[in-house]
Design a protein around this ligand. Sequence first.
Ligand SMILES: Cc1ncc(COP(=O)(O)O)c(C=O)c1O
Length: 387
Amino acid sequence: MPGRKFLQVPGPTNIPDRVQRSMNRPVIDHRGPEFVELTRSILPKLQRVFRTDSGIPVIFPASGTGGLEASLVNVLSPGDRVLAFDIGHFSNVYARMARRLGCDVEVVELPWGSSIPAERVQTLLAEDRDHRFKAVLATHNETSTGVTCDIGAVRAAMDRAGHPALLLVDTVSGLGSIDFRFDEWRVDVATAGSQKGLLLPPGLAILCVSGKAVAAGSSAQLPRYYFDWAPVIEMNRKGWFPFTPATLLMIGLNEALDMLHEEGLENVFGRHERLAEGIRRAVESWGLPLLARIREEASHVVTAICLEDGFDADRVIGLAESQYGLSLGIGIGPLQGRVFRIGHLGWLNELEVLGTLAGVEMTLASLGVPIDLGSGVAACQRYFVGG
Ligand SMILES: Cc1ncc(COP(=O)(O)O)c(C=O)c1O
């Protein structure tokens, strides 16, 4: 198919040409002076994206899932109590991972499409008078349902309960696209991945670690070797890593961070909010429900759209791909066939969103879903021109 493909899954995302070009070069020595300088350039720029002065960024060649594992094994011990909320596939993965690693996980199950209820966090922690919960797991942006959680409210609830548990946040699909405040929310470990808001291909797990989390690491007993962050933090002081880092991805990361800071984080967040609102207006004009139960909690990076019984969302995804070269996100787990997702994060603009919506409309109409061709595109256009 001629022309550029539309990669509108909620990560991996489209990569700016500038980032791609930066990586199109010979591999460098990971202990040579150029790499040392690169590490020293990247770490403070990452701190700015996490919005932290004191948090320590830690990079592993891994996917986001590897980063989540690192966030657990460095601070917890077998049998430690952990509080988790099942609000979708990825929060469920985080909870299951902690259990598999040997923690005693209490999972609060909520209908998918909900966010983490801060008042439940407060109640459960206030009841835990002996402070047996060692950590609270929270998913900043639940990519499977298109819901963003208010991590500031979770932190405030923990404070109201006067509970010292660590706050571990999965922001794999949030960081670099929606507001994240490591210091202000006193997050202990935040986990991100390279392939979403950070404008890179998959391959890097990027964490940010508080002093409290580093201290917890010195007594944490879960087994770890590769994902032990202590040697990474130690060797990063010299600009090195205790393993072979993904050198070319690191070069791309440096470039991508420059691009985010040149645009300005507030502008990046504003752009995501605006594109997302345009998409929501389109979906509403089609008369299709969002999976997010509360509109204000609907994510600015991914929109999960429900189809009525009798329509198979997987056919929408298959036809969009084969007919228009448009990749959409599937419904994961129990949502498969019922939901399709439009990813709208990373390096994206208004016309690309309108092209995506046009492709979705043509696909839905071809499959007999009762929508008016052009209605969603027009609703989005009206929003974009401010009418
Ligand atoms: C919120 C969230 N957490 C974790 C992951 C897992 O990351 P990865 O697929 O890079 O292992 C994803 C991936 O989409 C995600 O969206």
